[in-house]
Design a protein around this ligand. Structure first.
Ligand SMILES: [Zn+2]
Length: 467
């Protein structure tokens, strides 16, 4: 039996792992490569024949884990895709939105326009997006027909392969996958959560596994204390409001927007933020996904479930406004003294771009970054301290206060990663494979694991191992 690493190798995006036996080929995740240096890989042929894949196990709905599933369908895959019920609900919105982005890029590049998302679009990608969209809405709809849901903790089977989803605590529906293939036990961690998250902090730990494929995003790194981050967050909000500015929060549509919204609700309930301050969620995709959080709120942190009793109340506050259509979004832009949460999280497109255009040159406003900004994005240019940026071909001076808050990560830090692994019976573990990290962070974790007596490998792209 072999395992092959087809993404998230010595980098963070494109999670895709292939397990091959004489009679079966299965995938865990089929993610999109994100970022200027790797995006062109999304246009390359798969390293396997999609028609020969028997089934897919999906860990969660972030595009770097699920974003190429419609391409798999487009190229002939017709097996089952297993996931948890909230993941099924979320990928529908994520993938339909992603298809819209592919279609738009294709149209615009045919019309000779440069795609507005990435500020530094790399030549390879510009050319390939002229040739074809990676997939379209029809492919997404076809793929959704193949999706099958399984609850956390319940065993299920496909052609003799036993499987189980464990809670990964990273976002609503996010799972680690336990697989037993021809008697060999594998655990794929997926993205592991930050136990300090307010909404998604419940983790299940695998007890027995021989082969562990584990994320390593924060190997060797430790998160800033969450309480401190929340204190800084509140301070910048009140300081900005007192000088009459807006607080602009670029936020990822799934997980981070909900986490920030819930924090804003808690701060309003406690009286730390005045009820007169309007809080806007300005992203149709984030609004839809917040709807899924409401529907599946029983999957969230039990403390939250006990306190609020219904999904509706988790995100409700009289001063919250969800801007569903573009008219509502435009109305927000005329106001001052508001808190605006908008996507895209790295400012690579979406409604956040308009809020940045209206606020970056206003000394009273603050732009508060609560997540990672990849190189090549507008968000990265701003946090790197550029004094002037280009937004839709217009120069905008950066005068607003720029604030970076690192403690909101949805990932386990070094300590969290070690803690997750420590629950597995060490004597059974034959090999740990470290993925989903940059070279340095994976190496940090590898060193720690080897000191603890594990055998750890950082696979290269397309490398395969006999297991
Ligand atoms: Zn994720």
């Amino acid at each position: 039996m072999k395992i092959q690493f087809l993404g998230a190798t010595q980098e963070v995006t494109g999670s895709c792992f292939l397990v091959k036996t004489d009679s079966m080929q299965i995938l865990v995740d089929c993610g999109m490569f994100q970022g200027v240096e790797v995006e062109h890989l999304n246009y390359e042929e798969f390293a396997f024949n999609p028609r020969e894949i028997n089934c897919v196990f999906l860990t969660h709905s972030h595009l770097d884990h699920c974003g190429l599933l419609p391409k798999l369908y487009k190229e002939g895959f017709r097996g089952k895709v297993y996931m948890t019920p909230p993941t099924r609900a979320i990928i529908e919105f994520m993938l339909l939105d992603s298809a819209k982005v592919q279609e738009l890029r294709f149209r615009e590049s045919r019309e000779g326009k440069k795609y507005k998302g990435w500020t530094l679009l790399d030549g390879d990608l510009a050319e390939s997006s002229i040739k074809w969209p990676i997939y379209d809405t029809t492919d997404v709809l076809g793929l959704l027909e193949l999706c099958t849901t399984e609850k956390f903790g319940e065993e299920f089977e496909n052609n003799g392969i036993q499987a189980k989803f464990l809670r990964a605590g990273h976002a609503l529906g996010a799972a680690s996958v336990l697989l037993v293939v021809e008697g060999k036990r594998f655990i794929f961690s997926g993205d592991l959560g930050n136990p300090r998250s307010r909404l998604d902090s419940v983790l299940n730990f695998p007890r027995k596994a021989e082969y562990i494929v584990m994320e390593s995003l924060y190997g060797g790194r430790f998160h800033e204390d969450r309480t401190l981050t929340e204190e800084k967050f509140l301070k910048v909000i009140n300081k900005t409001l007192s000088r009459g500015g807006n607080i602009i929060i670029p936020s990822f549509t799934y997980q981070r927007s909900q986490e920030i919204l819930f924090l804003l609700k808690s701060l309003t309930e406690k009286g730390n933020i005045s009820r007169d301050v309007r809080v806007f969620l300005d992203s149709p995709l984030a609004i839809n996904i917040t709807g899924v959080y409401k529907k599946y709120f029983k999957y969230l942190n039990p403390k939250v479930v006990r306190k609020y009793k219904s999904g509706e109340s988790i995100f409700y506050s009289p001063n919250f406004v969800f801007a569903e259509d573009s008219k509502a979004s435009k109305r927000i832009r005329k106001r001052r003294g508001s808190i605006i949460v908008a996507g895209h999280g790295m400012c690579a497109g979406g409604r956040i771009v308009y809020h940045l255009r209206d606020n970056l040159d206003d000394r009273r406003s603050s732009i508060v970054f609560v997540g990672f900004q990849a190189p090549g994005t507008l968000g990265r240019e701003i946090i790197d301290g550029k004094k002037e940026v280009l937004i839709e071909d217009k120069k905008v001076r950066v005068k607003a206060e720029i604030v970076k808050l690192y403690g909101f990560s949805a990932h386990a830090d070094h300590e969290g990663l070690l803690n997750w692994l420590s629950h597995t019976d060490k004597k059974d573990v034959k090999q740990v494979f470290l993925v989903h990290g940059e070279e340095e962070t994976s190496r940090n974790l590898k060193e720690s694991l080897e000191k603890d007596g594990y055998s750890a490998i950082i696979p290269e792209w397309k490398e395969e191992y006999e297991v």
